[in-house]
Design a binder for this molecule. Structure first.
Ligand SMILES: [Zn+2]
Length: 409
């Protein structure tokens, strides 16, 4: 690997010091502040740090942190991998990740959907993995079509190899200008944002996983990889039992995306799959925390699609605690609560907490789901009998719970 120019070396080193200082003073993991300091001193730092490395960028509304982690695990078969493991998914986080692993020949970067064009242009990444696009909050509903359009522009005319989920029409449209695409049938649980053709606005006809526009030629491409229950079918038609530890159908889909990406890096399924099976939790997601004999499993759900995935994972035999906030990263508007069908929770003991518990309580009441209102998460946990309980929380509610248990990983 060629040496970084002196200015970039200095910027990178000072950024790392700032990150260390930030960690020592308890201001978080430091990856954002470190990257910001580096970029301030050398605006071209990300490009320079990315040079001479083989990079994969991972973007989606849901599952990008987990998939980034899975791909990273698989690529460890090849050598050292730089990655933004804490979900700091904008350029400052990428700078920090790459400068912390200066000599890593590989990098896997989770990228915020909006930053994908910029990060792709800057890093010249050879591989991009695109999984799903749905709205995060009501106030961002109109943005996702524009986002997909920006992806199209960003990918057009570049040699990038895209791995994309062809079950999501908007992702398919966003990816289809790329020179080379490997299509994965990864499933699409949340369909409410894709009833219209992104190409012409006509209605999309759907039959099982297949879809096609009624009015133009836009249709689902033939997938090379398929997620089939607990198995992956590879491009040669061979079936692989996934048997991963991360729960739920969404994670099986993430795993198959990771296998497809790993193969483009030259890691075959038989070497990648054992690595994926080693992953048990990702930045606190799926972790079980314990207090006084109550074992709470933490599920993160940031948007309606995420809630459906969490319902798929949650054990119907167990009580469930739901916690909703509406701070900055959550979005101030909680009207998306009305998009989620909560009737699946009927018959389970349901406990509701978080700053916006009254909003959620009203929603559950309308859906005829009985619940108990709790002042705090700890109060809700203390009301459980000893044993297991599932917890679904949105972003800041999830981080609050994690910090009560010492940043559970
Ligand atoms: Zn159409």
């Amino acid at each position: 690997m060629t040496q970084l120019p002196l200015r970039a070396q200095l910027a990178s080193a000072l950024g790392r010091s700032a990150a260390t200082l930030s960690r020592m003073t308890g201001r978080g993991d430091g990856s954002v502040i470190g990257g910001r300091v580096g970029l301030l001193l050398e605006p071209d730092l990300l490009r320079q740090l990315a040079r001479d490395r083989k990079l994969a960028l991972v973007s989606a509304t849901n599952g990008k942190t987990t998939t980034t982690r899975l791909i990273t695990s698989a690529l460890l078969e090849l050598g050292e991998v730089a990655t933004n493991a804490f979900g700091a998914n904008m350029p400052a986080g990428h700078v920090s990740a790459l400068s912390q692993h200066k000599r890593a020949p590989y990098g896997v970067l989770e990228v915020d959907e909006k930053y994908l064009p910029e990060v792709l242009a800057t890093t010249g990444a050879g591989v991009v993995c695109l999984m799903n696009l749905s709205r995060d909050q009501m106030d961002r509903a109109a943005e996702i079509w524009l986002l997909a359009q920006k992806w199209r522009k960003a990918l057009s005319g570049k040699p990038t190899h895209v791995i994309a989920n062809c079950d999501d029409p908007l992702v398919t449209w966003g990816a289809s200008t790329a020179a080379k695409v490997t299509w994965v049938s990864g499933g699409q649980r949340w369909k409410e944002d894709s009833w219209c053709c992104p190409e012409c606005g006509g209605p999309l006809d759907r039959k099982d996983a297949d879809w096609a526009c009624r009015e133009c030629t836009f249709h689902r491409p033939e997938p090379q990889w398929v997620v089939d229950g607990d198995a992956a079918i590879d491009p040669r038609g061979q079936r692989w039992l996934l048997d991963i530890q991360l729960p739920g159908q969404a994670n099986r889909s993430n795993a198959v995306m990771a296998l497809a990406v790993a193969e483009t890096f030259g890691v075959p399924v038989e070497r990648a799959l054992p690595r994926l099976r080693e992953v048990t939790s990702v930045a606190g997601r799926y972790t079980t925390v314990e207090r006084d004999g109550r074992h709470a499993r933490l599920l993160l759900a940031k948007n309606p699609a995420g809630w459906l995935e969490a319902f798929d994972v949650a054990d119907p035999q167990l009580p469930i605690i739901l916690s909703v906030n509406a701070q900055g990263p959550d979005g101030r508007d909680t009207s998306w609560l009305w998009d989620v069908d909560y009737r699946i929770l009927r018959g389970r003991p349901v406990f509701v907490t978080g700053e916006r518990r009254l909003d959620l309580a009203l929603r559950l009441d309308v859906a005829d789901v009985p619940f108990t209102l709790c002042g705090t998460f700890m109060e809700a946990l203390a009301m459980q009998p000893p044993g297991r309980v599932d917890v679904i929380a949105n972003y800041t509610a999830f981080q609050q719970i994690r910090s009560e248990f010492g940043r559970a990983v």
